[in-house]
Write a new protein. Structure first.
Length: 673
């Protein structure tokens, strides 16, 4: 029976793009490596690339040995003669090796012939692994006498840098073979996931196919432009690249062939014609100089210019829902665990969150609604929500907002005060202005309760980010004028100062405050909004400072903060006329930072809050202080403050954690210490 400690020599067959990277990993891990290919030129080129890669790693201090020492463990082997017959040299390497990793072209006949030859000449209990990305492990294993020893070991390009390896179990692969291969991948410094069933595309490629195909259909049908989709992918979902940008970068032909191979083997997907059109036109992306975008010359990558201000035109849930549906199918059919599925998309595709983390954040009900919408538009059964997603919705397991979805969360606690609702959704908290019958007008009681609540949450270590919004159809329509009746000038001035204390508290608060403007933000409501750090507005929001129409002026910082945000002229125009503006106009003036459809306001605010909650709390606080106080002083004082805070942060545990996580290529866990 194979065991990890018995494996000393590994034969890597294929010295091309993937093979030489796998050989490098094995050699760095301390194994003797045979690197085989059909001629010396290919092998020589592969060895040169390994040496170059090792040199770069050595320069960064990432190697424990010298480059020459590692290279000495790699032995080149020519595996076929000019007539295509396997060589004696290759046969001897097989007999000496304890494990094989195949990385030859994606042709089943070639792989089966290779595995048949290996099977005849190998030592007993030698694991035979294939790096295939699209072919069934079971069909490759059928060429051997011991299919229980054949396993998928799918690396991602480039192997030395990409942390994920999918370990795929064929129909007859033994649990021991999977376990040993898993450990070898870990010895290589990788983070493996186990694919328990031999399904086409395994995990990452299936998920990516659903995502790209959906984006393609939305563009092909003219619902959105390629730029609008890629902007939403890059800036709303925060993926490393837009959908079409990624297709260009990796090669449209690559996705075309992989998707074709998957559907030929049972993956149910209606192919979007755009990919085939580009393939037939030989517009393959960066490699050909033109794909969905154009490049200076073939092979010269210049990142496409994708404007950020059009990201909100596409609901990101529409784009990611089919991928989540695919993930739930994998989970429902016991192909992989939810943890491994989430790990695969984060490490293999570079997505900022796992599929089920996205689902829980967006809400299972919204995922199902998006899938139903897509099915209604296109008519394809592949958009039908899985039974798992339907059951979760019927059981009110909607994700973070109900405390349970694919994962469990701390129960959402809600506390009602006289004028506010506080919702604890750790690590974030919502403060909801709750006077809907008066459009959440600012009263002395509301000012007092909001100030007290801010103080409580500032000292709550479980809360890292705050979101302030309003109930009903307004954020806040301004100060409660009825409370002003009978005020003397001195009482009005005191009210103004108390209100200003609240807005100053917000501006210099120790934690980020996101303002979600869901309707009217007028007068004092806008002054509260301007005191937050980031303002996200619904498309239906109306903003303004109408105090002049009642005979007075803004009294909670409006005459000071508005000019700082939109400039003197525009602030005077708004204050002098008392006219209101739309959310889009506010965005163009930089009075708000983002505008989204009303149904996505809560989702967008939560997404941003959760993203900020993962950052180091002390650094966020220092950055906020430096920005706010720097803007209120001269540049010399601001720079001095920045330098002092920068130095002070180096005494924190969070900096040590951040640096360690960067070097170890893992996600940091900041504690605020």
């Amino acid at each position: 029976m194979p065991s990890p400690d018995k494996i000393k020599t590994i034969l890597v067959i294929g010295a091309g793009t993937m093979g030489h990277g796998i050989a490098e990993l094995a050699a760095v891990a301390g194994y003797k490596v045979f690197l085989a290919d059909i001629n010396n030129d290919i092998i020589k080129n592969g060895l040169e690339k390994i040496k170059w890669s090792l040199s770069k790693l050595s320069e960064k201090g990432s190697l424990k040995e010298s480059v020459d020492s590692i290279m000495s463990r790699i032995v080149p082997v020519v595996n076929t003669d000019p007539q295509g017959n396997f060589t004696k040299e290759f046969e001897n390497a097989i007999k000496e090796s304890d494990m094989f990793i195949e990385a030859i072209p994606e042709r089943l006949d070639l792989k089966q012939a290779l595995f048949k030859f290996i099977d005849k000449n190998r030592k007993q209990d030698t694991i035979m692994a294939t790096n295939t990305s699209s072919l069934p492990i079971t069909e490759i294993a059928s060429a051997t006498s011991s299919p229980e020893l054949v396993v998928g070991m799918h690396f991602f390009n480039p192997p030395p840098l990409m942390p994920l390896v999918e370990i795929i179990k064929g129909e007859k692969t033994s649990d021991n073979t999977v376990s040993v291969t898993y450990q070898i991948a870990k010895n290589f410094g990788k983070q493996p996931v186990i694919v328990k069933k031999d399904v086409p595309g395994f995990i990452a490629n299936r998920v990516l196919a659903r995502f790209l195909n959906t984006a393609c259909w939305l563009a092909y049908k003219g619902l959105y432009s390629i730029l609008e989709i890629d902007s939403a992918v890059r800036y709303s979902l925060n993926f490393p690249m837009g959908a079409f940008e990624l297709a260009d970068y990796s090669g449209i032909d690559v996705f075309y062939f992989v998707n074709k191979a998957m559907t030929e083997r049972g993956f149910k997907m209606t192919h979007c014609p755009l990919f085939e059109q580009k393939f037939n036109s030989k517009e393959l992306g960066m490699k050909s100089g033109k794909g969905f975008y154009e490049y200076p010359k073939p092979g010269a990558y210049v990142r496409p210019q994708i404007p950020k201000d059009i990201a909100n035109k596409v609901d990101p849930v529409l784009l990611i829902a089919p991928a989540i549906n695919e993930g739930s199918w994998l989970l429902e059919n016991d192909v992989a665990t939810k943890e491994d599925i989430d790990k695969a998309v984060k490490l293999g595709l570079g997505w900022p969150k796992g599929l089920f983390e996205f689902a829980d954040d967006f809400g299972i009900d919204k995922i199902n609604n998006a899938l139903k919408q897509l099915k209604q538009i296109f008519g394809y059964e592949e958009f039908e929500p899985t039974n798992m997603l339907k059951t979760m919705e019927s059981n009110n397991q909607l994700g973070r907002k109900t405390g349970k979805g694919f994962y469990e969360y701390r129960k959402v606690e809600e506390v009602s005060k006289k004028t506010l609702i506080i919702r604890y959704e750790k690590p974030i908290a919502w403060i909801v202005l709750n006077r809907p019958n008066k459009l959440n007008a600012i009263s002395p009681d509301l000012i007092k309760e909001l100030a007290e609540t801010l103080d409580e949450l500032e000292l709550n270590d479980d809360i890292r980010v705050l979101i302030i919004t309003g109930s009903g159809r307004a954020f806040s329509a301004g100060a409660d004028v009825s409370a002003f009746v009978g005020l003397t000038p001195i009482q009005a001035a005191i009210f103004s100062k108390k209100f200003q204390e609240l807005t100053l508290k917000m501006e210099f608060y120790a934690k980020p405050i996101i303002i979600a403007i869901n309707g009217y933000a007028l007068g004092g409501g806008l002054e509260v909004a301007m005191s937050g750090d980031i303002r996200i507005a619904s498309e239906t929001a109306i903003l303004g400072q109408p105090e002049i129409n009642l005979g007075f002026i803004p009294g909670a910082g409006g005459t000071q903060r508005l000019p700082r945000l939109v400039g003197r002229g525009q602030s005077k125009l708004m204050i002098f006329t008392g006219d209101s503006i739309t959310a889009r106009d506010a965005l163009s003036l930089k009075l708000v930072d983002k505008v989204v459809p009303p149904e996505r306001l809560e989702q967008e605010a939560r997404e941003l809050a959760l993203k900020l909650a993962e950052k180091p709390p002390l650094a966020l606080m220092a950055a906020k202080i430096s920005i706010e106080q720097g803007l209120e002083s001269n540049i010399w004082a601001g720079l001095n403050l920045e330098a002092n805070l920068f130095g002070l942060l180096f005494s924190t545990e969070d900096v040590s954690e951040g640096v360690s996580a960067f070097l170890e290529k893992r996600k940091p866990s900041f504690k605020g210490k």
